[in-house]
Design a protein around this ligand. Structure first.
Ligand code: NAD
Ligand code: TYD
Length: 329
């Protein structure tokens, strides 16, 4: 297998490349990544088969696609708060970049294209029910709207050109190498530095958490076992209100609850996500394996042991972002 992974210097991508090196050691895995603020050469398992570039660069994509059997597209602008501060680049990368990749894959005769998406395309739930693959798309942030657009484009290439495209929609991931602007790593890093933990609004918003390695296993199963043109939800039935997670992190770290600070809510904040992953379980023979309490302790431990990794990214551009996002709350 000659696989192209995009976004392999990011959180899920770098975990996925590492996972493949272990699970499919004979595969050639080329990693195309622009190394934006969220991409980190230090997250890569090694520099083997790394191409530094933009998925929206058609000439580069044409060159990289030669001889590729399958694509897993993880490259994206991925943070809701940043999409509120500046939506433009979300459209350029998530929509425009995906279209360039789809064209490149089509021209090169790539056999399978996995578009990695998110449960956020479905919008927000009330207190009950879960998203399934037939739930209407009602994205509420510029991030989720750009991901929904990319999903629809990808599926249109299956419908119109007969391309073998599969879309996966996963819930919130946690684990090692996650950029410390997302909830769990941000709260761990702030607590370790004795800073305040900024909880948006009442903190009773609910997310459905899955360990990144369980997501990686689902992506491999989607690549190898899914049906063309289908959508698969991925999640591990693990709903938590944000405030409970933040309190649990403080408990694990032995830090005082007084560090928590309720700040102004995110505009348009989705109240609850919950994923019904029964289709992936039945058709892909996939099931999550990592228990949340174990996974959370291991994740905290990783951030404690790899302080250099997150301290280095919390400089320069990060500080400017932090000031813009939290300064006004
Ligand atoms: P991330 O922000 O940590 O990593 C994204 C990577 O993409 C970075 O390495 C970045 O350099 C790269 N990238 C950005 N723009 C690029 C471009 N134009 N060309 C090439 N590379 C580019 O994101 P993540 O959390 O690892 O998410 C990966 C994918 O999974 C995204 O598509 C996201 O929508 C999806 N997803 C994430 C989650 C989650 O909880 N993190 C859940 C479901 C789906
Ligand atoms: P996040 O990790 O940004 O993921 P997403 O918005 O894609 O679900 O946020 C997870 C939840 O945590 C979300 O409800 C927003 C909330 N949150 C805070 O309360 N404070 C913060 O500083 C951050 C980054 C997120």
């Amino acid at each position: 297998m000659n696989l192209l992974v995009t976004g392999g210097a990011g959180f899920i991508g770098s975990n996925f490349v590492r996972f493949l090196r272990r699970e499919r050691p004979d595969w050639k895995v080329v990693n195309l990544d622009k190394l934006t603020y969220a991409g980190n050469a230090e997250s890569l398992p090694d520099a083997r088969d790394f191409v530094h570039g933009d998925i929206a660069d058609a000439k580069l994509v044409e060159r990289v696609m030669r001889g590729v059997d399958a694509v897993v597209n993880l490259a994206a602008e991925s943070h809701v708060d940043r999409s509120i501060l500046g939506p433009g680049v979300f459209v350029e990368t998530n929509v425009g970049g995906t279209q360039v990749l789809l064209d490149g894959a089509r021209q090169a005769g790539v056999k399978r294209f996995v578009q990695v998406s998110t449960d956020e395309v479905y919008g927000s739930l009330g207190p009950t029910g879960k998203f399934n693959e037939n739930s209407p798309l009602r994205p509420s942030s510029p991030y989720s709207a750009s991901k929904a657009a990319a999903d629809l484009l990808a599926l249109s290439y299956a419908h119109t050109f007969g391309m073998d495209v599969v879309v996966t929609r996963c819930s919130n991931n946690y684990g090692p190498y996650q950029f410390p602007e997302k909830l769990i790593p941000l709260m761990i890093a702030n607590a370790l530095e004795g800073r305040r933990l900024p909880v948006y609004g009442d903190g009773l918003q609910i997310r459905d958490w899955i360990h990144v390695e369980d997501h990686c296993r689902a992506l491999l199963a989607a690549l190898e076992k899914s049906r063309a043109g289908e959508v698969y939800n991925v999640g591990s039935d693990n709903e938590w209100p944000n405030l409970r997670i933040v309190s649990r992190l403080l408990e694990i770290l032995g830090k005082p609850a007084e560090l928590i600070e309720h700040v102004k809510d995110r505009p348009g904040h989705d109240r609850r996500y919950a994923i019904d992953a029964s289709k992936a379980r039945a058709e892909l023979g996939w099931a999550p394996r990592i228990d949340f309490s174990d996974g959370l302790v291991a994740t905290v431990d990783w951030y404690v042991k790899n302080r250099g990794w997150w301290e280095r990214v919390r400089t320069g551009e990060y500080r400017t972002y932090y000031e813009r996002n939290y300064g006004a709350r």
